[in-house]
Structure formats: structure tokens, C-alpha cells
Design a binder for this molecule. Sequence first.
Ligand SMILES: [Zn+2]
Length: 182
Amino acid sequence: MPLIQSLSPEFRQRCEAIATEQRSLLRVRSFEPLPADILATKLGARLFTPDRVPNLEPEQVTLLLASDGWSGAIISDHPLWIVYNPRHALTRRESNLMHEIAHVLLNHKSVGFDPVTGLPKRKQNNEDEATYLGGCLQIPKRGLLWATQRKMLLPQIAGHFGASEPMVQFRSNVTNVPVKCL
Ligand SMILES: [Zn+2]
């Protein structure tokens, strides 16, 4: 996961604060897993696979169901509807959904639509910001510290938070919290 030198230390701190705030609103502590669908529900979002989206063109449904090349998208702001790619592994779905939820929490707006998928597009900087906040929502820095203090290894941390191993490595890199693999 290459990122994110462009994001300021202030922004990164703000993301940790947002993650802390969202967890406290849900009474989920920093070291506990936070499934994306729990947070989505609290924010009033409905989650859809492409075949369940009301009124989506059949051609678009077919295209989205056949492609690995997209992750998720906000297809309506009011009501808040998020479509996700059911072809991706569960751990990746979690990060995909947290990424979309991050766009909501950061109040990002779309800038047009992808000509192939028909899904909304956003500025690259917004994409980087959402990826960063999404990671904080999945594994807050304090949660990562908790895990390493308990001598949990990278695969155990991934399993605990329902995250992919690359996500744990990414969070370790950007928070300077060393995580051992073995
Ligand atoms: Zn995005």
C-alpha cells in the first residue's frame, strides 16, 4: 500500500481523533474490532451489492458483478447508499467499506463519474485521505499499541481487527508502531 507522504501530520492526527470519536459514540474501545457494517449502520448508510441496488441499469449490474477493478462507491448521499464489490475477500471488503465511510466522515464530494463503471469519481487527494482515515477506523493507533504490548504478531492482529495483513503492515508503517511477523 504505497501512500501517503502528501498527508500532513495534522491531518493524520485528525484521522486518529475521528476514529476515536466514532468508536466512543458506538461504545467500541480502541482495542476492539469495529466491523464496517456496524459503523455504516450508525451513520444511516445502507450497504448493497450491485444486484441489490434499486433502479441500477441491468448492463451496469452485469459489468460491476464481473469486474474486480472497483472496490466500492457512494451511489446516493441522501439516503446514504454504498455499493461494494462482493468479489473481494472479506478483509478487503472491510477496508473498502471503511474507505467509503471515510469519504462520508470527511464530507468529500464527487467530481464526475467513471466512464466505464458509471460510479462516482473523486479527487486523488480525497482518495488518499479516505484510505488513511479508513485504516484508522479499522485499526486505531491505540489499538495497534495495545496489540503489540500483548506481543500479538501481525497475522493475529489482522485476525483480531478483521483486517488484511497488508493493512496491519500499513498501519504499522504510518504510525511507527513496530509489528513483528514471527
Ligand atoms: Zn474513494
